[in-house]
Design a protein around this ligand. Structure first.
Ligand SMILES: Cc1ncc(COP(=O)(O)O)c(C=O)c1O
Length: 375
């Protein structure tokens, strides 16, 4: 079956030319510039592919294991460098899931798994996160949903869009739930490194044979445009299947993405960049919390991790209508309506993007638009 458009992407496509003056809801840290890396790049670098390994530059795969806390647990053979976490998710979902098989996903959640599972003709079972429970993943419901025959569980940790974070004990419980029926468990960790409450959870690829960890340099490091991420799994058949699908789509990684990501993930440089991103993210979240507290028509559950969370609108305000109202003059501010997550009474709030998104102006304008809103 064809891959169909999702409302999240539909809204991004529709609004690409809107040229907003501010953005509220950006999910990645401020992006570095190419110039930040020039001193570490070799002008003689060949622009052929890396020529060494179809799975990605060996040094980069070592760094990936180090940042995921998997040194001595997984080997570089368990890592495939991909075009972002998006491609890593794609390769795993498309190769693991067959028509009619069951996949259990979370809602609200990152829409990619649902879109691809639908195209595959899989049976989709959703486990709902409830706002009244702080958007926690209800593990009892997950256990009920994962029945014999369930082929895969797909989760994001930290969660997009709520910013909820599973603890190590909860990840272990999810592993036990998956293991009971032999299901694959993919945990997308694209926001890892930006935990505000509690430590980063262990990567599932290190604790479960059928665990798949995906991630990238896009979010905490702000390097989305490099299109460089990874898939980690100890099961050799899975890695081979992913490699085969990639050979028949983009074949190999882009060398510039690999080379710059290798520099960005060198331990000292990574630690410094992460410290900067964390300081900026924490300061912006403080600002956002203070701003939300002053709003009469908006509340939110602050994210436990990552740079985004969901704002709840006063009853009667439709999120899609508000997003369009806000994008038009005089506000000219972009935000993602909750319709993208099947939550029309919510908006996606976020604090990433650095100076380029003019967060403070965006919040002023959103505040004004909420006050100007007529029911
Ligand atoms: C949960 C989640 N997974 C994957 C992606 C895609 O990230 P990447 O740029 O690494 O492909 C995103 C991007 O927003 C995301 O939120």
């Amino acid at each position: 079956m064809k891959v169909k458009i999702h409302s999240l992407f539909e809204y991004l496509l529709e609004t690409t030319d809107a040229a907003p003056e501010a953005i509220v809801g950006f999910s990645l840290s401020a992006s570095p510039r190419l110039g930040d890396y020039l001193a570490d790049l070799d002008p003689a670098q060949s622009l052929d592919w890396n020529g060494r390994d179809f799975r990605g530059l060996p040094a980069l795969r070592d760094h990936v294991l180090a940042q995921a806390g998997l040194v001595g647990i997984c080997t570089p053979a368990d890592v495939l460098i991909t075009a972002g976490a998006a491609e890593a998710n794609y390769l795993a979902l498309m190769q693991v899931l067959q028509p009619g098989e069951r996949i259990v996903i979370e809602a609200p959640g990152w829409p990619q798994a649902e879109v691809l599972a639908r195209a595959k003709g899989a049976e989709i079972v959703k486990v709902m996160r409830a706002e009244a429970q702080g958007w926690r993943l209800p593990l009892d419901r997950l256990a009920e949903a994962v029945t014999p025959g369930t082929r895969m569980i797909f989760l994001t940790n930290p969660n997009n869009p709520t910013g909820d974070l599973l603890s190590a004990a909860e990840v272990a419980e999810v592993v036990a739930i998956a293991d009971r029926v032999g299901a694959w468990l993919l945990i997308d960790e694209v926001y890892a490194g930006l935990e505000w409450q509690g430590p980063r959870a262990p990567a599932v690829a290190g604790i479960y044979a059928r665990g798949i960890t995906t991630g990238s340099v896009s979010k905490a490091l702000g390097l989305q445009g490099l299109r460089t991420g990874w898939l980690i799994c100890q099961e050799a058949g899975m890695m081979r299947d992913a490699l085969i699908l990639r050979e028949n789509s983009s074949e190999i990684m882009n060398i510039i993405g690999e080379v710059i990501a290798e520099v960005a993930l060198r331990p000292a440089r990574y630690a410094e960049a992460l410290a900067r991103a964390r300081a900026e993210g924490a300061a912006n979240l403080d600002q956002m919390n203070a701003w939300v507290a002053a709003q009469e028509r908006l509340t939110w559950v602050p994210p436990k991790a990552g740079l985004i969370g969901l704002g709840r609108l006063a009853p009667g305000i439709d999120s899609a209508a508000l997003a369009r109202f806000l994008l038009a003059p005089p506000y000219r501010t972009f935000l993602m309506p909750g319709q993208a997550y099947d939550l029309p009474g919510h908006i996606r709030l976020g604090v990433g993007g650095g100076a380029a998104v003019r967060l403070e102006d965006g919040l002023d304008r959103l505040g004004q638009a909420l006050r100007d809103w007529r029911f």
